[in-house]
Design a protein around this ligand. Structure first.
Ligand code: PBG
Length: 325
């Protein structure tokens, strides 16, 4: 290794032109996925804990999607707030459910945008858990799989381009893959929330999606934040079951996991910069304590540097505008 004064790192830092020539990491609108919350209510309903984010009617969601596409954003990720909830989360797999309607409306309106749907029961069940319950109130893994698979097929039938199961039931990627294939959707990719932690950073999302569990918490199915090796196991199992893109979630507190999953699997990796990560930046920025744009840029660069190919973020449209889209 050449030492000082032979090595002078500052030689390439002196002008923006030089810095740009040796910059290792970039963020582009085509790496970004924007989550959208779709509701039966009219218009836009701001989410208090997430300034700038709103629940959208089907029409408003199509409008928003068109705007994102024109900014060059790669994809939207749809979450639905159903008309009514029940113990089996029926609207999750209804042909005319809210997400299925939103997919059709967006596909009719916007040509060049990947439409991804979140596959989970928690927004649709009256108890707010991600699967069906046993009489004892435990989430019943194996009977939930069929309903998740039905949801995924109904999204495919509505015209979705990709499904993203976020429930953390064991075996759900295999169940969904099999059901999609049997229904003829051989080319429908699965972006699996493979490494999803039981995180307090989801707090604001549960207001946005009206999906907070009515009792208990999700630690019986989502991962322990203390574990990284286990995250690798989850990623490998989902790959064996047929996942095409592996997601790590949340992003910033789990950069080590993103990095390992990317290095050890070589698969496309998506990182979910979740609601709490978004709201923290917004709150500090509103108080004038941080420079929002610069902190945001630095944060998302760290996620890309760790190895994420794609970033799911509520900042997608703001960022794409910053990028000059
Ligand atoms: C549904 C789901 C959640 C998020 C994405 N899909 C919430 C949860 O698991 O409680 C969180 C996203 C965010 O916080 O932005 N299971």
């Amino acid at each position: 290794m050449a030492k000082f004064p032979v090595y002078r790192g500052r030689r390439l830092r002196r002008t923006e032109r030089l810095r740009a020539m040796v910059r290792e990491t970039a963020i582009e609108a085509s790496d970004l996925i924007a989550p959208l919350f779709v509701t039966y209510q009219e218009g836009r309903h701001p989410v208090a804990a997430m300034p700038g984010v709103a629940q959208l009617s089907v029409e408003a969601a199509a409008e928003e999607a068109a705007g994102l596409a024109s900014l060059g954003v790669a994809a939207v990720l749809l979450f639905g707030i159903p008309e009514s909830k029940d113990p089996r989360g029926s609207e999750a797999y209804a042909a005319d459910g809210i997400v299925q309607r939103a997919v059709r409306a967006i596909k009719e309106r916007v040509a060049d945008l990947v439409v991804i749907t979140d596959v989970c029961l928690c927004e649709y069940t009256d108890h707010g858990h991600c699967g069906l319950l046993t009489p004892e109130g435990e989430v019943n893994n194996d009977v939930t799989l069929e309903l998740l698979a039905r949801s995924a097929v109904s999204h495919a039938e509505a015209g979705a381009d990709m499904v993203a199961p976020s429930d953390m039931m064991d075996g759900r990627v295999a169940a969904i893959r099999r059901a999609l294939d049997e229904a003829g959707h051989l080319h429908m990719p699965i972006m699996s929330y493979a490494v999803k932690y039981a995180s307090a950073f989801y707090g604001p999302f549960r207001e946005a999606a009206e999906s907070a569990p009515k009792f208990g918490d999700r630690r019986g199915y989502q991962m322990d934040p203390a574990n990284a090796d286990e995250g690798l196991r989850e990623a490998r199992v989902d790959i064996e079951e047929g996942a095409d893109i592996i997601m790590v979630k949340p992003a910033l507190p789990y950069l080590d996991v993103i990095s390992r999953v990317k290095r050890e699997t070589g698969y496309p990796v998506a990182a979910y910069h979740v609601s709490g990560e978004y709201s923290m930046l917004k709150a500090a920025a509103e108080r004038g304590w941080i420079d929002e744009q610069r902190v945001l840029w630095e944060t998302l660069l760290s996620i890309r540097r760790a190895g994420a190919d794609l970033i799911i973020t509520y900042y997608a449209s703001q960022l794409a505008k910053m990028l000059g889209g």
